[in-house]
Design a protein around this ligand. Sequence first.
Ligand code: PMP
Length: 415
Amino acid sequence: KSIRTFLYFSILLIKQNLPNMNLLEKKLARYDIPQKAKAAGIYPYFRAISSEQDCEVVINGKKILMFGSNSYLGLTNHPKVKEAAIEATRKYGTGCAGSRFLNGTLDIHEELERKIAKWIGKEEAIVYSTGFQVNLGVVSCITGREDYIICDESDHASIIEGRRLSFSNALKFKHNDMASLEKVLASCPIDKIKLIVVDGVFSMEGDVAPLPEIIALAKKYNAQVMVDEAHGVGVFGEQGQGICHHLGVTDNVDLIMGTFSKSFASLGGFIACNSIIANYLRHNSRSYIFSASATPGAIGAASAALDIMMNEPERIKQLWEVTNYALNGFREMGCEIGPTTTPIIPLYIRDNDKTFMVTRDLLEEGIFVNPVISPAVAPHDTLIRFSLMATHTHKQVDVAFDKISKVFRRYNIIR
Ligand code: PMP
């Protein structure tokens, strides 16, 4: 009887709290995690920046050191990049009013594609409007019903969404675990198409895919390979061509994906591949065909950023110099940073609430970092993502060390 009374009052309470809501609203109203985080004063998202994306930004009128940017080469406010965006806008206007396929291809889209193809070392490159759309549009259409798409479990969300849209059989292997990949490959028919898709540099953990081993397994089991270079281009390679180039495996990777939203200081993305694959994608990839083309300003900026990458390799050296300085410093501080070797440094917290509280406290101390919680990482792997730009100074990194060690001690993350 008491259970029935409890249920009656619970339903009454829910009805009172959800007045006049339709079924959809009632379902969505139950999602209240953000409201709870806001009420607790630890909500860490959508922090509005009122300045350029630089090593220092302005938030709520206060100067903040930016260690949460993907602008690895610090080019978002480079005078040549800005000028190129303005110049392209002056000549071509603000938008293309259609998709690349029908009416939105400009000569500068094609010039940029030719430049990327040559720089990365593939026959062709196709420019999409965002990196997300590249992965979504490529992975979803390239294989068929009887084929297999095999992903690392830590692959970026855009790859996972592409796999979900595909009619192919979806398989995954344990993160960077070659025994797990081999087991998955061995379970697939040898005469069916198998596409292995991995992040070259993992976006949250900063570790690198073992591409030579992946390629060897692909050869053994008659599979093809696609690598997401979102965090590889501009970072690896003497002219920023990415991790495939750095490891000398470009010719063994069938598709190389990149984005303009990070080192390229713009918005958009590309897929580089041979002409047979490119021809298929240009006529079947739905996020390319049925979505408006990247704006002239975005293309102008990306093209200028690529020129700088190719002509000023010292920027990449600078990025690695400050990255190694930060990696050593965090290790000396006693932080758990995992196997990263790149400008993406995960500082493991392993607790959702603490991750939010540390993010809030660091912002109060003038340091911007990104909290990474589930589903971006497994629930027990929550972390603070600290990322470097070529333009960061040692002095700025030292300030971050000082503040991070103070806040981490407060929460017993380090001793
Ligand atoms: N792939 C990876 C690995 C990424 O980190 C991102 C962006 N976070 C994307 C693809 C999507 O790129 P974009 O932001 O240009 O849409």
